[in-house]
Design a protein around this ligand. Structure first.
Ligand SMILES: [Zn+2]
Length: 761
């Protein structure tokens, strides 16, 4: 990276700063190294840590897993915060599944909620004697999901937050009366490739090795004393209470150390007859999970041979025996020890993994695995991936049903997530080739093939007949797609929102559990998108809704998967939306003028026609006449309002003004007139109607239409100022409010006029 003239200018100050930065970096680096060296820590230090943060030090794999998820995923967001919330929150899964991962995994909101709920189950500690199988169709990204999850677990255990400890023995050779040199040399040769049992830095005097089962050091405190011990140790009463009573911490009180640790402990006690001395040889070492070496995390592929390897470290065993004098001691453990307090994962339940699943079944139920004569207590998070057609391998076995918890990992059911996947694969600038909303609509077509057409829950809510035919398809799929994203669309009427109660929401979400198992797979949809994009992106115009429609209509093999009428409804919804956008962009209101009109009206309804009064809210003299009433009332009630309905309306306003607005809101609650319900309702209706009629004058205006086509050319200048001003104003709003490019804004306005849909919506 050479920039001419740049390096010469680097002055002394800069160099000094650089030097300081480097120095600081070196210090940080050394600090890290030191803290690494300080690991393992003494048993006393371990107890000190435990007394301060028992919730961090006493964690098994299930608790770690829960904490890991919450380390990467921030608190969920409830956008509506309404009383009927079903707890279906917006979780940002970027740090867990995307950031730093080789292949990102895109979780939609449904799946994100599923994962968070699962982590809560883990934390509770009630369902840990289970195997969790993630079931999803081919192409749903299952293995990417699991790979990323395990990768993040590994990373998490390297952080300060994710630190847990295992027992590390440091036997004092001299104290145990041994001839040191010989032992050490032997241990070195037998352990040269075993990082876990190595000779410590002061290698003259100690024999050091870690528990192969990842026993938590607290388990060395004999079970009968443990409760009392913890009471002494932990000062924080709330934390102590949780530890002694919560199900998730049951293991702290109830578990035993593994056979290896318990034999060594007993041997040392017999020999030294001094508890303090025994514990001076116990240390706590950080657990490092490492998938590559199968440490804490093991992943088996269907093709991996089943080898029930039992590991016996004969020489180490001999040395320990020699030191402690335990005759029957065996340093022996199974390969399952390596994932004790870790994760054991089966990639796909087929071939050899079917056998593994069956082997684990007993272990999962009893939590015990027998190695020769010793029983290993197994606390492992068993997970697996399974295709729907492979569930036959275990489903007929009754006893399996109680031990397997299935978590669905279907195709993406949120069109925005679907679009994010296209952007990931084809570059985020693909979006610039589309008119706003069209790329999302492509996603909706893909999602429609994955949904169930029948939604009992939505029909229970809104009825069999769809009252929103302008914006939703007959099967309510377009509505369902929004709900799955956590959105209650604006077009849903107030009365229906009231009926959108928690049980209905839960029922709709529950139905999603059965969806996303059919339709276009993740892989296929990428192919379809690729084909579509190649076909239309070369066009000099932006990709339109019509392009999406004709693409799918012209391919029978694709369109047969799309629900009948869905694309037409999607087009309706799109048309409706773009017309609203154009209206909103064309209309402008003068808030001051509207406010004055409303205040004059509210004031005037209290007087007879023909009077002239000073409006107490505006301090202006107003003539109370038919013209004042009529112009305001037709704005609210429409052109066709009869005299009778206008007078009714006027009376109702007067009543509300006197009984509520004036008597309660203004006099009792001290509100300003503009803060009252009456004013605000009128303001809302007034502006809404203004907007509603915004397009009318332009729809049949040929000059406007021609000017739109001439925009950007010489001829545009020839039009009168009003037209030019309106068009510029509209295009400006389209770009600012609705994300159109200039070309896009023109294109969509021409689309609306050509299709003549301005009147329809
Ligand atoms: Zn152990």
């Amino acid at each position: 990276m050479e920039k001419k003239g740049y390096t010469e200018e680097t002055d002394i100050d800069n160099l000094e700063q650089k030097g300081k930065r480097l120095e600081r970096l070196m210090k940080e680096f050394l600090k890290d190294r030191l803290s690494e060296r300080r690991n393992p820590i003494s048993f006393n230090d371990f107890l000190y840590l435990a007394s301060k943060e028992p919730e961090k030090v006493f964690r098994n794999i299930f608790q770690i897993f829960h904490d890991m998820i919450h380390y990467y995923v921030p608190e969920g967001i409830d956008e509506y915060k309404d009383e009927e919330s079903a707890g279906f929150l917006n979780y940002d899964m970027t740090n867990l599944f995307i950031k730093g991962c080789d292949n990102p995994f895109y979780a939609d909101r449904l799946f994100a909620n599923r994962i968070i709920n699962l982590s809560k189950i883990f934390k509770k500690g009630t369902q840990n004697n289970q195997i969790y199988l993630f079931e999803g169709p081919p192409g749903s990204g299952k293995s990417t999901f699991l790979n990323n999850l395990l990768y993040k677990l590994e990373e998490y255990t390297k952080t300060e937050d994710g630190t847990t400890y295992k027992i590390n023995w440091k036997l004092d050779l001299e104290r145990l009366g041994s001839k040191k040199k010989k032992i050490l040399n032997d241990v070195i040769t037998q352990n040269h490739n075993k990082p876990e049992s190595k000779i410590s830095t002061d290698e003259e005097s100690y024999l050091e090795f870690s528990c192969p089962n990842h026993c938590n050091p607290i388990l060395l405190i004999p079970k009968i004393y443990r409760r009392e011990f913890l009471k002494e140790l932990i000062e924080d009463k709330t934390k102590l209470h949780c530890l002694l009573n919560d199900r998730e911490y049951e293991w702290v009180l109830q578990d035993d150390v593994c056979g290896i640790c318990s034999s060594i402990y007993k041997g040392l006690m017999d020999k030294l007859e001094d508890v303090m001395e025994v514990f001076s040889m116990v240390r706590a070492k950080k657990n490092y999970y490492n998938r590559q070496f199968g440490e804490g995390i093991s992943v088996f592929n269907p093709g991996d041979e089943i080898k029930n390897i039992e590991i016996r470290q004969l020489k180490l065993e001999e040395k320990i025996r020699e030191l402690i004098g335990t005759e029957h001691f065996r340093f022996e453990y199974s390969y399952l020890a390596k994932t004790n307090n870790g994760v054991l994962a089966l990639m796909d339940i087929k071939e050899k993994n079917v056998g593994r699943l069956k082997d684990y079944h007993g272990i999962i139920s009893d939590g015990i695995h027998k190695v020769e004569l010793t029983e290993e207590k197994i606390r492992t998070l068993f997970v697996g991936l399974v295709n729907p057609e492979d569930t036959v391998h275990y489903e007929e076995v009754m006893s399996f049903r109680d031990r397997i918890i299935t978590v669905n990992i279907p195709y993406v059911l949120d069109y925005m997530t679907e679009v994010a996947i296209y952007k990931e694969h084809f570059g985020s600038d693909i979006a610039n080739k589309f008119l706003p909303g069209v790329l999302e609509n492509f996603g909706k077509v893909i999602i429609s093939t994955r949904l169930d057409k029948e939604s009992k829950a939505i029909k229970k809510w809104l009825g069999e007949r769809n009252n929103y035919s302008n914006v939703i398809d007959k099967d309510y799929l377009l509505l369902k797609m929004e709900i799955y994203r956590g959105i209650i669309p604006e077009y849903i009427k107030e009365e229906d929102i009231k009926k959108f109660v928690r049980p209905i929401r839960k029922e709709i979400l529950a139905e999603s559990e059965l969806e996303g198992k059919k339709g276009f797979s993740g892989r296929l949809s990428l192919n379809i998108f690729n084909k579509f994009f190649n076909q239309y992106s070369a066009n000099h115009k932006l990709i339109t809704m019509s392009n999406v429609k004709s693409f799918f209509y012209n391919q029978k093999d694709l369109s047969k998967n799309i629900p009948d009428g869905f694309i037409d409804s999607l087009e309706n919804q799109y048309d409706y939306q773009v017309v609203q956008e154009m209206k909103e962009s064309l209309y402008y209101y003068n808030e001051e003028q509207i406010s004055k009109d409303i205040l004059n009206y509210i004031f005037a309804v209290n007087f007879e026609i023909g009077e002239t009064k000073k409006n107490i809210y505006t301090n202006e003299m107003i003539d109370i006449d038919e013209e004042l009433f009529k112009s305001f009332e037709t704005m609210i009630l429409g052109d066709n309002a009869t005299d009778f309905s206008r007078i009714n309306f006027r009376n109702s306003i007067r009543n509300e003004y006197i009984s509520t607005t004036l008597a309660q809101e203004i006099r009792l609650q001290g509100k300003d007139i503009k803060e009252t319900d009456l004013y605000q309702n009128l303001f809302e209706k007034f502006t809404r109607n203004l907007k509603e009629f915004a397009l009318v004058p332009y729809l049949s205006n040929d000059t406007f239409r021609r000017a739109l086509y001439d925009y950007g050319t010489e001829s545009f200048n020839a039009y009168d100022n009003k037209i030019k001003k309106d068009i510029n104003f509209m295009i400006d709003n389209m770009t600012k409010k609705f994300n159109y490019s200039k070309e896009g804004a023109l294109q969509i306005c021409q689309y609306i006029l050509e299709k003549n849909i301005g009147k329809k919506y």
